[in-house]
Design a protein around this ligand. Sequence first.
Ligand SMILES: Nc1ncnc2c1ncn2[C@@H]1O[C@H](COP(=O)(O)OP(=O)(O)O)[C@@H](O)[C@H]1O
Ligand SMILES: [Mg+2]
Length: 373
Amino acid sequence: MSNRQLYIGLMSGTSADGIDAALVDMQTNLPQLITTHNLPFSNGLRTRIHSISIPGDNEIDRMGELDTELGRHFAQCTLELLAKAQLTTNQITAIGSHGQTIRHRPPGTTSNCFTLQIGDPNVIAELTGITTVADFRRRDMAAGGQGAPLVPAFHRALFHSSARDKVIVNIGGMANITWLPASGEACGFDTGPGNVLMDSWINEHHGVSFDKQGGWAASGAAHQELLESLLSDAFFKQPFPKSTGREHFNRQWLDRHLQQLPFPPANQDVQATLLELTARSITESIDLLCQTEKEILVCGGGAFNTRLLERLAKLLPNCLVSSTASQGIDPQWIEAMAFAWLAQQTINHKPGNLCAVTGAKREVILGGVYYAS
Ligand SMILES: Nc1ncnc2c1ncn2[C@@H]1O[C@H](COP(=O)(O)OP(=O)(O)O)[C@@H](O)[C@H]1O
Ligand SMILES: [Mg+2]
């Protein structure tokens, strides 16, 4: 018990649905998930995050206020997790906090690339009394990388097998894949939108934040002309390394494609098309990497979308497709676990990026450390 090396990972992704917190024991090679906690965001907070994620007025004040407020939410989520686990602050080595991405402009999209995650780690360290590692993405970008995705190194640590080729598919607001060949180098990249467009469409038409199990999408049929138009976006054909975000795949992007159609499709058919877009962009990316038989493990909130998993399985007939629950790990917590693992890498002065994934010139120690005392 006393040998445990406990880290906490805090994750809030582009969906801005809330904070996932994972308490992880890093004592062995295989990180063990001990306790989890979710702190949902109110509709008001989610709307403010979405609205600052696209260019608008008075961004510095709005960002500064959200930075502190989110820092307090991350701290509150940590303290609630500790209470659940019946642990005290001094039993935790460090927190790894991803923060909330409010802008991501990677190399290839602009000459002055940058990426910005907020949720002040000074506030987290001060309110929890736990050393906090944060701002993981910018060092990779400074080394010439995309700053994203960062989860593949953890996917490799957790899931690599020398007996079987695997692909880990993380479907959050955006989606990314990690290719883990039984022998050879791991790689991965963002494949495009995950849930973000489906969430936005159902919210607009039914006032709910997501399409439970993909039920509404399953009631419609993919509209071929719209699907082909969406898939013609240059991002899908771009070679990796590549990463993306809400700046690119958002409601306005969808609108531009809808407006080109002679007749508007039925609402449920648009939902079915958006689900198919996520499925096709993921499976076509996987086919590009390798076409042999392999195991596909799905994580992130999209793993709960039964319809989406059905479509992935159908589009990858020679693969075994399942959620990471089949490996005993609830798909909701993998990304939070990844940031606990990345914090440990940083605390131990080890790099956290994979050059083959982000395109960085070299492996670097990620993040800044905000000491408890
Ligand atoms: N039961 C479910 N059915 C369908 N989709 C779901 C379900 N649960 C979660 N999701 C989807 O997962 C998203 C959250 O996934 P998450 O991995 O937290 O993304 P992010 O990292 O962007 O926050 C939700 O917005 C929703 O679209
Ligand atoms: Mg989330």
